[in-house]
Write a protein that binds this ligand. Structure first.
Ligand code: HEC
Ligand code: HEC
Length: 366
């Protein structure tokens, strides 16, 4: 059961914007619909040990194990050069440390987000163009700039050429075939196990008042008072997570930059990628982005959709300015950072899988 901390954000007079009022309305809706459906929604919640699992892709040990093999297998990329783990390094923050943008032979403009706790997002990718993990992964498998298999046939051929996979697909999917859907489902099942509960902040919410430092307590307070919480709330500090009131596919978007025209726009190239308008074609969606989660944020530099900011202190300062119109002072930045540091959870122990081998042969790359 999530702990209920009913602590609605309140803004200082300079900070309120149209989009924040929308957040207020959304919060109210969630709280009200929560009481109708008989579940508890609160603005701040401990991270559950498991996300909501979609009905059409139940978790099974065989599927999770297959998903783990696929995740670590570079033969899933067209030239066998990259596994999922190359850009979402689970031995570190689950992200790419800014690496993907610099890959040769691929054009990648955005930073690879962490996959830890990503199952608590109700839409996927920075611009929310995917409505489920399965959909995001299917796109990735075929995307010429990611796994680059480009057609489902090529994926099937590749998997069939690694004979050992068949038995794992059989175990995971019984009569279903080896195809892009089953592959995406297995990978999504594995990703849903990547949860990092029990952060110091969660312990604090559970009643251990000493679990976070005095600076973190003040940071939490001003994070709320200044209005960061109007966008970064809920279990993942990314707005509403999938649940009874908010379904997978219901996105939570905000403007970034909310206040256009600061020096940061140019310095960190915050405006050349205009976000969700590229998905919808609707001018009203210009500079709208999905609100990203903040758990484990100290582990996932560089920051923002373009990975242009290397330092978390600078990212906090920028957020104050471009989202709230505030010049945060050094103490504010220090304390918000201390609060964000307390959000780092316990990473699951991941045992490297054995990958099916090809019996004394190497796969030729064509
Ligand atoms: C070449 C680097 C690269 C590889 C390899 C890669 N990814 Fe990604 N991944 C990215 C980037 C970049 C994004 C963000 C794209 C965007 O938002 O437009 C992303 C986003 C995602 C997301 C959405 C995350 C979110 O916050 O919503 C998921 C899920 C994901 N990748 C899973 C995978 C899986 C599974 C594999 C292996 C099949 C994989 N990735 C391989 C670079 C990569
Ligand atoms: C109006 C909504 C809004 C407010 C208010 C807001 N944020 Fe954000 N935040 C966002 C969005 C949207 C992004 C994603 C921006 C992008 O596309 O790069 C983001 C990104 C971030 C990131 C980088 C995440 C990553 O994975 O790279 C951090 C850190 C952050 N916010 C912290 C804060 C802090 C601290 C405050 C208060 C000073 C704050 N935010 C206020 C909406 C908001």
């Amino acid at each position: 059961m999530n702990k209920f901390v009913y602590d609605l954000p309140c803004f200082n007079s300079g900070g309120e914007t149209k989009h924040m009022r929308i957040s207020y309305a959304l919060l109210l809706l969630l709280v009200l619909s929560g009481s109708v459906y008989g579940f508890t929604f609160s603005v701040v919640m401990t991270l559950p040990h498991s996300p909501i699992i979609p009905k059409d892709n139940p978790q099974t040990p065989a599927k999770i194990e297959l998903g783990k093999q696929l995740f670590f297998d570079p033969r899933l990329s067209v030239d066998k050069s990259l596994s999922c783990n190359s850009c979402h390094n689970l031995a570190a923050g689950g992200d790419d440390d800014g690496m993907a943008k610099h890959l040769e032979q691929r054009t990648i403009r955005r930073s690879a987000p962490s996959l830890y706790n990503v199952a608590f997002q109700s839409v996927n990718f920075w611009d929310a163009r995917a409505h489920s993990l399965e959909q995001a992964i299917t796109e990735h498998l075929l995307d010429k700039n990611i796994m680059a298999l480009q057609s489902e046939n090529k994926l099937i051929q590749r998997l069939q050429s690694i004979k050992g996979y068949e038995v794992y697909y059989q175990a995971a999917f019984k009569h279903a075939k080896m195809n892009v859907q089953t592959t995406s489902k297995a990978l999504a099942s594995f990703i849903r196990t990547l949860v990092t509960p029990n952060s110091q902040f969660d312990q604090y919410l559970n009643g251990d008042k000493q679990a976070i430092s005095a600076n973190a307590k003040r940071g939490y307070k001003i994070f709320n008072d200044y209005g960061c919480m109007s966008c970064h709330f809920g279990v993942y500090f990314a707005g509403p997570a999938p649940g009874p009131a908010y379904q997978m596919g219901d996105g939570f978007y905000e403007l970034f930059p909310n206040y256009l025209g600061s020096d940061y726009d140019k310095k960190y190239d915050l405006t050349s990628d205009d976000g969700r308008v590229q998905v919808t074609g609707d001018a009203a969606d210009r500079y709208l982005w999905r609100v990203p989660g903040l758990r484990n944020i100290t582990m996932t530099a560089p920051y923002f959709h373009n990975g242009s900011v290397n330092d978390l202190n600078e990212a906090i300062r920028i957020m104050g300015k471009v989202q709230l119109g505030l010049n945060l002072n050094d103490n504010d930045v220090r304390d918000i950072r201390a609060f964000l540091e307390s959000l780092t959870g316990e990473y699951p122990e991941i045992k490297l899988p054995r990958l099916p081998d090809t019996h004394g042969l190497s796969l030729q790359v064509k």
